[in-house]
Design a protein around this ligand. Structure first.
Ligand code: PBG
Ligand code: ZN
Length: 325
C-alpha cells in the first residue's frame, strides 16, 4: 500500500494551486470608506489598520491610492457633523458622492450605506416613539427611502440599507423607480445580526446607541444570533422586494447562515467582515500573535467557500498585496 493517498495533492504549491476549489481575486472586494463632515484632518479608526475617518480631500486621495491597488468598488458611510432626530439633512454626503463621481466617473462602483444611526441623537437606526423605547418602523422607512433617493440622485451606483426595518427595500425601489433611477441597485443588509463585532465601526460612524435610553441596544430590530430562520425570512423578503444583492453580516460568526442562504436563494451574496472581526485580526497581528496575511486570507477563503460572491472588508485595500505575498 502506498503511504500517501490524499496527501499527494498537497505535496507542493503547484499541485495545491491546481487542486484548489476556492479562489480569491481582488475584483471581488468592496472597501468601506468613512467621510466625516467638517473634519479638519483625517483620523485613524481605533483597532483597524489603514482605515480612516476621512475629510472630502483625504477621501479622494484615498480612493486614488486604492485604485492603484486594484480596488474599484467602495461602500461609503457619510457621518454628519450635527445630530438630528427628524428632517435629516444628507447634503454633506450627497456633496461627497457628487465629488467622487465627478473625479472618478465610471472607473469606480460606489455603494452608499443608508441608515440613520449616525444622524440621530440617540444612535438608533430609525426614528423613536415619544417614550423612546421603540423604533417606529414606517416613519423610519420613509426617512430611509428619502436618503436613498438623495444618494442615488447624487451619483451612487448602489444604495445599501443597513437599518433592519421592515419594508425598506420595497420603499427604496419604489422611490428610485419613480425618479427614473432604474439602473441604480439595492444591496440589502438582509441578514444583519445583533452583534458584538461592530465596535470600531460605531466609533468611526459615531453611531453607538446612547446608554441613557430605555432602548439601549439594537436587539428589537437586528436579528437574534440564535435565529437563523429569521435570517432566511429576511433574505427571502428582501429578494422579493427587489434587492439586487443580499448580504450576511457579520461574516465569520455566521458562516453557517451564509452557506445556507446562498444555497437557497440564487441572488448575488455579499458578506460583511465587520469592524470587530477585522480588529480581531489586526490587533492579534499587532501583538505578534498571528501572521496578518495568512489570517486574512484564511477568513476570506472561508467566505468564498460558504458562498459569498463579494467580500466587504476593511482590508480590501491590502488584498492585492496579500494575494501576491
Ligand atoms: C449601522 C451599521 C453597522 C455597521 C454598518 N452599518 C453596525 C451597527 O449596527 O451599529 C457595521 C459595520 C462594522 O462593524 O464594520 N447601521
Ligand atoms: Zn444604523
Amino acid at each position: 500500500m502506498a503511504a500517501l493517498s490524499l496527501r499527494r495533492n498537497r505535496d507542493n504549491r503547484h499541485i495545491r494551486e491546481l487542486t484548489r476549489e476556492v479562489r480569491l481575486h481582488v475584483e471581488q472586494f468592496i472597501q468601506p470608506l468613512f467621510v466625516v463632515e467638517a473634519l479638519r484632518e483625517r483620523e485613524a479608526v481605533p483597532g483597524l489598520t489603514e482605515v480612516y475617518r476621512d475629510t472630502t480631500g483625504t477621501l479622494l486621495r484615498q480612493i486614488e491610492a486604492d485604485l492603484g491597488q486594484g480596488i474599484t468598488k467602495f461602500l461609503l458611510f457619510g457621518v454628519p457633523a450635527r445630530k438630528q432626530d427628524h428632517d435629516f439633512s444628507h447634503a454633506a454626503t450627497t456633496d461627497v458622492i457628487g465629488a467622487v463621481r465627478r473625479r472618478f466617473g465610471s472607473d469606480i462602483w460606489l455603494a452608499v450605506d443608508v441608515c440613520l444611526c449616525s444622524h440621530t441623537t440617540h444612535g438608533h437606526c430609525g426614528i423613536l416613539n415619544d417614550n423612546r423605547d421603540h423604533v417606529l418602523n414606517d416613519a423610519s422607512v420613509t426617512a430611509l427611502a428619502d436618503a436613498a433617493l438623495q444618494f442615488a440622485t447624487a451619483g451612487a451606483d448602489c444604495v445599501a440599507p443597513s437599518d433592519m426595518q421592515d419594508g425598506r427595500v420595497a420603499a427604496i425601489r419604489a422611490a428610485l423607480d419613480q425618479a427614473g433611477l432604474e439602473r441604480q441597485s439595492i444591496m440589502s443588509y438582509a441578514a444583519k445580526f445583533n452583534s458584538a463585532f461592530y465596535g470600531p465601526f460605531r466609533l468611526a460612524a459615531d453611531s453607538a446607541p446612547g446608554s441613557d435610553l430605555p432602548l439601549r441596544d439594537r436587539a428589537s430590530y437586528q436579528i437574534d444570533p440564535g435565529r437563523p430562520a429569521d435570517a432566511l425570512l429576511c433574505a427571502e423578503r428582501d429578494a422579493a422586494e427587489g434587492a439586487d444583492i443580499l448580504m450576511v453580516k457579520p461574516g465569520l460568526p455566521y458562516l453557517d447562515v451564509l452557506a445556507l442562504l446562498s444555497s437557497r436563494i440564487h441572488k448575488p451574496w455579499a458578506v460583511y467582515q465587520t469592524s470587530g472581526e477585522q480588529a480581531g485580526i489586526d490587533l492579534l497581528a499587532e501583538r505578534g500573535l498571528t501572521d496578518p496575511v495568512r489570517a486574512q486570507l484564511e477568513t476570506w477563503t472561508a467566505f468564498a467557500r460558504a458562498g459569498a460572491n463579494m467580500i466587504i472588508s476593511y482590508a480590501a485595500r491590502r488584498a492585492r498585496r496579500y494575494l501576491d505575498a
